[in-house]
Design a protein around this ligand. Structure first.
Ligand SMILES: [Zn+2]
Length: 296
């Protein structure tokens, strides 16, 4: 099962998150055959959105989207309700050469990366989108920069992808208590330096394979660390027959009727999960009749 676990260091304003995604990535690879590096990149994007979503105080979605002129034209990773993941990557069709790394910058070319918070309508909150400056070292470094600049939070992120799984490790320095003594703040800063140095010593093989308790124990054994209950994550699409109807109705009545006369069946394919919504002539008539009834 795909899981996210938070942890914190006793008495220190430093928290962490660990996430491992396997089933989500295999769910996606069942209908999309991405190169391994793209799968790894999507895995990192998924790990990142689950970590951000885990901290949200409202219901809704978090997404990370890229757009560029490189081999990776567009990508999207989304985490809804802090547990449901879906995502997609659009690759250029005739690539002269694909980058042989999972570096975001190499795949993206000249492009943009944006992080969006999309609260559910019922919350009455506005959506938010922030641009993530792309660091040539990769997604982890890009997001560290984003957290530092947009949220004034020092953050260290590590990702590892192996055998169809992606694991992420995050450490974040929380704000000091407003009345914290100077010596306490200095000590916390020293501990942060030590902990992030220790975290950076994790090998990709360790990060990709060790269970969280064991990894935290190996990395930070001198620092008492509390690991909280895991949160289950799963691959799930939010497409539906209703949304498919909406997509079809965008064509307008005349064009829809013309298309229905021309084709034995009209198909609306969900690009995220591959699900096909099919409409024969009868279904199109029924849809139009239903719309006409609701309009009057
Ligand atoms: Zn779908």
């Amino acid at each position: 099962m795909d899981l996210l676990q938070r942890f914190s260091f006793q008495g220190l304003p430093i928290r962490g998150q660990w996430v491992r995604l396997t089933e989500t990535l295999s769910g996606i690879s069942q209908y999309k055959n991405y190169p391994l590096d793209v799968q790894a990149l999507l895995g990192e994007m998924f790990a990142a959105v689950t970590m951000v979503a885990d901290n949200l105080k409202f219901s809704g979605a978090v997404s990370l989207q890229s757009q560029g002129d490189g081999a990776l034209i567009r990508s999207l990773a989304e985490c809804r309700d802090q547990q449901y993941l879906r995502g997609i990557a659009h690759l250029a069709e005739d690539l002269p050469t694909s980058p042989s790394t999972n570096s975001l910058a190499d795949w993206l070319g000249n492009g943009q990366l944006a992080l969006s918070l999309l609260p559910d309508k019922t919350t009455g909150m506005n959506p938010y989108q922030g641009l993530v400056a792309i660091d040539s070292r990769g997604l982890a470094a890009s997001l560290e920069g984003y957290f530092a600049n947009s949220e004034q939070l020092q953050t260290r992120l590590h990702f590892a992808s192996a055998r169809g799984a992606t694991t992420g490790l995050l450490l974040q320095r929380l704000p000091d208590a407003p009345n914290a003594a100077e010596t306490t703040v200095t000590q916390a800063e020293d501990d942060w330096q030590t902990l992030t140095t220790l975290a950076a010593s994790v090998t990709e093989a360790e990060l990709a394979s060790l269970p969280p308790e064991q990894m935290l124990n190996r990395l930070f054994h001198e620092y008492p660390c509390e690991l909280y209950n895991p949160r289950a994550l799963s691959f799930r699409c939010t497409c539906s027959a209703e949304k498919s109807d909406e997509t079809l109705m965008v064509l307008g009545r005349e064009d829809l009727l013309a298309l229905a006369a021309e084709l034995p069946e009209i198909h609306v394919d969900c690009e995220f999960c591959g699900k096909r919504y099919a409409y024969n002539q009868m279904a199109v008539d029924a849809l139009l009749a239903k719309r006409a009834a609701t309009l009057h």
